[in-house]
Design a protein around this ligand. Structure first.
Ligand SMILES: *Cc1c(COP(=O)(O)O)cnc(C)c1O
Length: 559
């Protein structure tokens, strides 16, 4: 079964395509049957992984892991090493994703994922994805000039973190243009400044005078438009791109090794990961790590009030909006009379404000694979059966707004995962609590601890820590350690941090602000306004014209 052999191929979760290469799935993003790509087999770890990998650098670990998913016939080892090295050289710490012990008594550690160019965890994946796009295109374009060169037009919508991380991942890349739409005036000033002050010719910011949903509708309309698809090769960088999941697997291993090397780790203790979750991409990487053989006892999903995942783990029902009143009757005592009115709720952790979690579909496939077939069935039967179940579930989600899985499926999901839902009030009180009670064991490796006071959590990371504090009650020290993922730097979400820490002794927001953010809002910007009144065709006109101008300028420069 174990296949860390020469050829790793990919299939669609809805059963429509098999036997695709890594390059095909990275460039396509979404399968033509609407499904997501997964590896045909999750590779198991080499026998001697624990001893062989334990002292590797982040980059070397990434190389070992990526090599299990990318055939050397597709990307030769030396090239893959270069890509990895290049991708993580932009991080501000040599260990890329350091860990900090936040509570020594409770064995709670924070995995800081925000040391990349845009100060959010998405950099870990998007720095790599940008280099990967360029690598594939340059290879396809070898010996070609002018209009013969294949050109990739990346289109995305953002309410904040994804857009800036995508722009920093793709800026200056050959043969790639990137268009990111954001709702004008509706994203945080720091995020807007981060995106629009990037002056590379291949970066195009579009400010839409509408909502984030309007931006997403424009993206969907463009991907469905036969006209632009005939003339432009469109690509997506949202969290469903397989390369993003792959890149995120590394830090689960890296943090595990850092932890077990530390003197406080008693041999034989178990490890739980806690992940602030929105689209289920970050935690899905943890699931892959666990299935590969990383000894993680549980993965704890931490959601905000947009709790579709939390409700699934409670009930087996995956539903956009529960019927009015049913939530209170269905066993959410902590919810009180609060009813779900449908639609996304705005919270203090906006990067987790989702209605459905797109990557959850990938987990569904593995659950169906495990539950509805036996190892004696042929591989092709097992895969086809899993694909049929996923297709039916997703069809019900679309037509009825939700579906319920069999008890056996929920039982399987509960073996690997637990879930917690955290309110805005709890988020703020955790930020305050952690700041005002610094742990003596805390080693301040991070840019956040410059005040000499406690640790300053961003609201997303605070959701993880709140969930970790609850999980500790079920899985206490000294036999369990919790690694909670810190997904953003507090300076990116100043509103929540100020709300929580205003008036705390020693606190001033200025001390949190990284050097890179100072003066950012005064820098020159480049952004095109797209009017709702012009519809998606108006966006298409802008995209076509700006790609044309960019390519013409590049050709002129080359001659
Ligand atoms: C994107 C994001 C998340 C959610 O990650 P998913 O992979 O969508 O679950 C959490 N926190 C921050 C800061 C993010 O940018």
């Amino acid at each position: 079964m174990a296949s860390h052999t020469a050829s790793q191929r990919y299939l669609s979760t809805r059963g429509g395509s098999y036997d695709l290469s890594f390059e095909e799935v990275v460039l396509k993003g979404l399968a033509s049957d609407g499904g997501l790509f997964i590896p045909e087999e999750i590779p198991s770890l080499p026998k001697d992984w624990a001893s062989k990998w334990k002292d590797l650098s982040f980059e070397d670990l990434a190389f070992e892991i990526f090599s299990l998913y990318i055939s050397p016939s597709e990307i030769p080892s030396a090239d893959l090493k270069d890509l990895i090295k290049h991708s993580y050289s932009t991080f501000r710490t040599p260990d890329v994703t350091p860990i900090v012990t936040l509570d020594k008594e409770k064995n709670i550690h924070l995995l800081e994922l925000f040391h990349g160019p845009t100060f959010a965890f998405k950099d870990v994946a998007l720095q790599f994805l940008g280099n990967l796009f360029e690598y594939f295109l340059v290879r396809r374009n070898k010996g070609k000039t002018g209009r013969d060169r294949e050109h990739l037009t990346v289109i995305g919508a953002t309410s904040g973190d994804t857009g800036s991380a995508a722009i920093y991942g793709l800026r200056g890349k050959k043969d790639v243009s990137v268009f990111i739409m954001h709702p004008q005036g509706k994203i945080s000033p720091i995020q807007e400044a981060q995106m629009t002050t990037v002056m590379d010719a291949n970066v195009h910011n579009l400010a839409v005078d509408g909502s984030f949903d309007d931006c997403q509708d424009f993206v969907k309309a463009l991907f469905a438009d036969p006209v632009i698809n005939k003339t432009h090769r469109l690509a997506a960088v949202n969290s469903i791109n397989w390369a993003r999941i792959l890149a995120q697997i590394t830090y689960y291993f890296a943090s595990y090794f850092t932890l077990i090397r530390s003197p406080s780790f008693i041999s034989g203790a178990t490890v739980r990961f806690v992940v602030p979750t929105g689209n289920f991409g970050d935690i899905l990487a943890g699931y892959f790590a666990k299935r590969m053989g990383l000894p993680a006892e549980k993965l704890v999903i931490a959601t905000n009030a947009n709790d579709i995942l939390h409700r699934f783990w409670r009930t087996g029902k995956y539903e956009k909006k529960p019927v009015h009143g049913a939530a209170a009757a269905g066993g959410f005592p902590e919810d009180g009379a609060q009813a779900h009115e449908g639609g996304v709720k705005e919270t203090l952790s906006p990067a987790m404000d989702i209605l459905v979690s797109s990557n959850f579909e990938r987990l569904l496939w593995f659950l169906a694979y495990d539950v509805y077939s036996t190892p004696t069935d042929s591989l092709s039967t097992r895969r086809a059966t899993a694909g049929e179940h996923v297709r039916a579930w997703l069809a019900a989600l679309k037509s009825d707004g939700g579906f319920t899985v069999d008890e056996v499926v929920l039982a399987a999901a509960t073996e690997d995962f637990e879930s917690e839902r955290i309110s805005d009030e709890e988020t703020l009180s955790t930020i305050t609590h952690i700041y005002s009670s610094p742990s003596p064991a805390m080693t301040q490796t991070s840019a956040t601890g410059t005040t000499g006071e406690g640790y300053i959590l961003d609201p997303h990371s605070a959701i993880g820590i709140t969930a970790a504090l609850r999980s500790v009650l079920r899985a206490p020290p000294p036999t369990t350690h919790h690694i909670s993922l810190a997904t953003a730097h507090p300076a990116k979400f100043s509103k929540a941090v100020e709300m929580a820490l205003q008036g705390q002794p020693g606190f001033s927001f200025d001390t949190v602000l990284p050097e890179e953010f100072r003066g950012l809002e005064d820098k020159a910007r480049r952004v095109t306004v797209a009017r709702m009144a012009d519809g998606w065709e108006g966006v298409r006109r802008i995209v076509v014209a700006e790609v044309e101008a960019e390519r013409a300028a590049a050709e002129k420069a080359a001659t």
